[in-house]
Design a binder for this molecule. Structure first.
Ligand code: SAM
Ligand code: SF4
Length: 376
């Protein structure tokens, strides 16, 4: 059987500043190394090209702050990537100028995911963001002016001190811009971050209130015509979008447990039941690829049982029923009956006896807890 991932993730780790709450693989500044890093990425892509299908469906440039990468290497990278039906780039608002927006557009980027996080100056300060609310709005309009018709905004909720009214206001401001897609994440206290050190106790205190905040997000966005297609992701429903399916095709591939190739420091790949993670150190990555050798990486054991469980956990994040055929014993049948009895899960049985599992709205709002019960 030929190995052929149709999804490519490219990690661009550089950021202007390290936000206290973030534990992604990031590096501050280092403009003099951006060129070398892109050279290494392109060598890694060349070495692994055989793992990618001839027709790549989606590419996602994530970070870090991909748009903080120096324009020349960024353009060089974009020009060298295979063509894909969806090419998303993550952007921080303060990096988006008309020139940058045009660079992305001219190099075939089809979708931009803009890290707004909040529209409150106070909350942006708590998050140590460089961007002010006006910076976010300006960035959005620069992208629109450059011709982007698929823009996503990232928002965070559960920011220390954020009231429900402030969350409402953030959602209102985001909707006012008219994005095609919104990702709304509950702020997580990542172990070992500055933020967790400073605000961890407060985040733990407010944890119980987060269910209400999540419900508020879902109510507000579905009420505004958005499809709640994944736990934290919303897209303008086709009837409000001229029939377009605006779900992130790249992220859907993860949630549907498809194979993907990841390149760059810290990037993960999952192909044909094998998973590996590139080491996060820049020096080792550059040195290996300059010798045209594969970078240091860790192989993660991924047995069949783990894969099936993962498939259930990811699949239940989506708003479409999960076919149970082929999932073996990954779903705990007594738990399924209990969850159905509690109105948290439902089961559809097709004419040929095939079963498909869904979480109800209440089940989706409770999320992880329900899924954990269902996965045996
Ligand atoms: C890989 S980050 C990069 C985005 C971009 N550099 C930025 O800061 O806007 C993607 C998204 O993850 C989310 N994120 C980062 N740290 C998080 C945390 N501790 N808890 C929840 N979401 C987080 C943010 O919403 C962010 O936009
Ligand atoms: S949140 Fe974004 S800008 Fe801030 S350090 Fe993380 S990746 Fe960089």
């Amino acid at each position: 059987m030929s190995v052929a991932a149709r999804h490519l993730y490219v990690h661009l780790p550089f950021c202007a500043h390290r936000c206290g709450y973030c534990d992604f693989v990031t590096l501050v500044g280092r403009p003099e190394q951006h060129n070398r890093y892109v050279d290494a990425l392109l060598t890694e892509l060349e070495l692994e090209r055989g793992l990618l299908a001839t027709e790549v469906e989606t590419i996602f440039l994530g970070g870090g702050t991909p748009t903080f990468t120096e324009p020349r290497p960024l353009a060089r990278l974009l020009a060298a990537l295979p063509s894909a039906a969806e090419l998303t780039v993550e952007a921080n608002p303060e990096t988006v100028t008309p020139v940058l927006a045009a660079l992305l557009r001219d190099h075939g980027v089809t979708r931009v995911s803009l890290g707004a996080q909040s529209f409150s100056p106070r909350l942006l300060q708590v998050l140590e963001r460089v961007a002010q609310p006006d910076t976010v709005r300006r960035a959005f309009y620069h992208l629109r002016d450059a011709g982007f018709d698929n823009i996503s905004l990232d928002l965070l909720y559960g920011i220390p001190g954020q009231s429900p009214a402030e969350l409402e206001a953030d959602l209102g401001e985001a909707l006012e811009l008219g994005p095609e897609h919104l990702s709304c994440y509950e702020l997580e206290a990542k172990p070992g971050t500055r933020f967790t050190h400073a605000h961890g106790a407060e985040l733990a205190r407010q944890a119980d209130a987060m269910e209400t905040y999540f419900e508020l997000v879902v109510e507000r966005l579905t009420g505004a015509g958005f499809r709640w297609y994944e736990t934290a992701n919303f897209c303008l429903a086709p009837e409000h979008a001229g029939g377009r399916d605006l779900r992130s095709r790249h992220n859907l591939a993860y949630w549907l447990a498809r194979d993907y190739l990841g390149i760059g420091i810290g990037a993960v790949s999952t192909i044909e039941g094998r998973r590996w993670r590139n080491a996060p150190r820049l020096a080792g990555y550059l040195q290996a690829l300059e010798r045209r050798a594969r970078p240091p990486r860790e192989l993660e054991p991924l047995d069949e049982e783990t894969r099936l469980r993962e498939r259930v956990m990811l699949g239940l994040r989506l708003d479409e029923p999960l076919p149970l055929a082929g999932l073996g014993r990954a779903v705990d049948e007594p738990a399924l009956e209990r969850m159905r009895g509690l109105g948290l899960a439902s089961l559809a049985v097709g004419p040929d006896g095939d079963r498909a599992l869904s979480l109800t709205r209440r089940g989706r709002l409770l999320g992880g807890g329900v899924t954990a019960e269902l996965v045996s």
